[in-house]
Write a protein that binds this ligand. Structure first.
Ligand SMILES: [Zn+2]
Length: 368
């Protein structure tokens, strides 16, 4: 497990580089005919999740494969799919009539290599394609922003793809667009864009959360910073940190104390609070409960002070689930989603928990 923890930033960086090196051939205004009902897999179960009024996916901006939109959980692994949260049916993220979803189907979004960092919103799913932010909506994929900005850092480290983008985050009307060391915003209602702002670090940003008037971000060198947007300065909060998230006004992060990852909470009023030991970077805080993987990959739910701790046994394709999982949620529903599988199919099984519960519903992204 120690190997996994130490290697994770490198693995993310590698993924990032692979993504940046992907092609960028799609033009504006590509249209697709939505035939998703014909492409549906058999229903696994009727989930009938109460999703409430859609707000936005409130996970931290990061190089993530998953996002939760209105009624759907999207996986941007390949094959790219979505699960209907009411019917439990899995569908290909592809809208070409009669498409067999093979890698030879030109234009099949299911297998495209250069689509990443999905971020769901009311109006569709935003994602990154090289230097562009795309919006998939109403059966069409349109570029909403094309980046030409870069700093000395991007020019030196990503010479071939220096204008490439990293990930997205949404707060209110604003879509935050992150490059390796900078960000800008795009107003989803007015389409207004802001000038890029440098975040003043000399290392790749792996995750970020928008927090009041600041942006907190964790870098590849595991330093945690807070960027003051009014004064345009970055202040280092701590080191040996990763796995940022934000829930109900509090910031959370993992900090390594020797070999032990510890969950910290941070609020303006109380400063840094040491919360739960042996919490790997795979965690999610929802309604005062923490879902997390320990360093031996066991899954637990507990309160934020570590009390009421319950171990959760997961079974995927009739076998105990091993390995690391993704744990995500969204601001507009009280469910926590745990996504796990094999190295080849990391999204093979989806487990859905009502916040606080160790019981779960299951779904999957279907057979290939
Ligand atoms: Zn297809």
């Amino acid at each position: 497990m120690e190997i996994y923890r130490k290697r994770r930033p490198c693995a993310l960086l590698l993924a990032f580089l692979l993504l940046l090196s992907g092609g960028c051939s799609a033009g504006n205004g590509e249209t697709y005919v939505d035939l998703e009902s014909e492409q549906s897999q058999e229903a696994v179960s009727g989930l009938n999740l109460e999703t409430g009024d859609f707000a936005y996916d409130d996970k931290a901006g990061s190089i993530s494969l998953y996002t939760i939109g209105e009624g759907f959980l999207y996986s941007f692994g390949t094959p790219r799919r979505k699960i209907d949260l009411r019917s439990g049916k899995a569908q290909y993220f592809c809208t070409i009539p009669g498409c067999a979803h093979t890698m030879n189907d030109l234009g099949c979004l299911t297998w495209r290599r250069d689509m990443y960092a999905p971020e769901a919103a009311e109006e569709g799913v935003y994602y990154i394609q090289g230097s562009r932010v795309m919006l998939f909506h109403d059966g069409a994929a349109d570029a909403v922003l094309e980046n030409e900005y870069y700093t000395d850092y991007e020019e030196e480290v990503y010479a071939e793809s220096k204008t490439g983008l990293s990930f997205l985050a949404i707060r209110g009307d604003l879509l935050y667009v992150f490059g390796p060391t900078w960000f800008c915003t795009y107003n989803r209602k007015t389409q207004e864009k802001t000038q890029p702002e440098q975040l003043f670090c000399d290392s790749l940003i792996l995750s970020a959360v928008v927090w009041d008037d600041s942006i907190c971000f964790a870098t590849e060198s595991m330093e945690l910073y807070r960027y003051d947007r009014r004064n345009k300065v970055s202040e280092k909060l701590t080191d040996k940190a990763a796995g940022l998230s934000e829930t109900d006004g509090s910031l959370y992060y993992i900090r390594w104390e020797g070999e032990t990852p510890v969950l910290y909470g941070f609020s303006e009023a109380e400063g840094a609070q040491r919360l739960v030991e042996n919490c790997s970077v795979s965690y999610c805080v929802k309604k005062g409960y923490l879902y997390y993987q320990s360093t031996d990959n066991s899954l637990y739910v507990s309160r934020l002070d570590g009390s009421d701790k319950k171990k959760i046994e997961l079974t995927c394709q009739e076998k105990p689930l091993e390995g690391s999982v993704n744990i995500i949620s969204s601001g507009f529903m009280d469910y926590v989603f745990v996504i796990g599988g094999t190295d080849d199919r990391p999204d093979e099984c989806v487990f859905i928990f009502e916040a606080g519960s160790a019981e779960y519903l299951t779904a999957d992204f279907g057979e290939e």
